[in-house]
Design a protein around this ligand. Structure first.
Ligand code: SF4
Length: 200
């Protein structure tokens, strides 16, 4: 069971395989692993204590960031994620990042960005589309058309509590949609990034 794995200069934490979306480009749909690690399917979700133990086996001084990512959506385990951030901050000054679909508020039934304060240094939110309808076409969220506005609200609120907030799209989108996403992100005060689509 892969709980933590290295990629580039960072250490990634595979927190969960759960996610309320079924994105067409999701690596989970196509394979057991990714370019990052061999097998990211968890036979069961590790407890937060098991995850901490796994993190502690590593020398965090070797990495630039500790990234809560998953082969799923990390905020599906928001309380465990926050607990882990608190524990790691006790013994390391490594930057902590969350890679998220931005749906934490809907997943957890409340505004959650304020809880990232003093715990998370960087949030990277996948925007994936310039409006609610196109988001639904690509991401097939269980929240339907409510998903997109919730992501924008989460991104705006995250900017109040987290030093760096990125919003990303994949480079396979039409240029007009990329331009519109850039406008939306910059309007929210987020840093816009076009990331390379990696088929698997
Ligand atoms: S939000 Fe991420 S984990 Fe969830 S289905 Fe989409 S790509 Fe996969």
């Amino acid at each position: 069971m892969t709980i933590t794995y290295e990629y580039g200069k960072n250490l990634y934490v595979n927190l969960t395989n759960r996610c309320p979306n079924r994105c067409e480009f999701c690596l989970r749909t196509h394979s057991a692993g990714s370019i990052y690690a061999e097998d990211l399917w968890l036979e069961r979700e590790p407890s937060k204590e098991e995850i901490l133990e796994d993190i502690k086996k590593r020398d965090l001084n070797q990495y630039q960031q500790l990234v809560f990512c998953g082969y799923g959506e990390p905020t599906c385990r928001l309380q465990d994620l926050l607990w882990l951030c608190d524990q790691v901050k006790k013994f390391s000054s490594i930057d902590i990042r969350i890679n998220t679909n931005g749906l934490s508020d809907l997943i957890n039934g409340k505004h959650s960005a304020a809880q990232l304060d003093d715990r998370v240094d960087i949030v990277s939110i996948s925007l994936n589309a310039p409006n609610a309808e196109k988001y639904e076409d690509v991401c097939h969220s269980e929240f339907g058309l409510e998903a997109f506005p919730a992501i924008l609200r989460f991104a705006a609120e995250a900017g109040l509590y987290v030093p760096k907030v990125y919003m990303t799209v994949v480079d396979t989108m039409p240029q007009a949609d990329i331009d519109e996403c850039r406008r939306i992100c910059e309007g929210l005060g987020a840093i816009f990034r076009v990331r390379k689509y990696i088929p698997n």
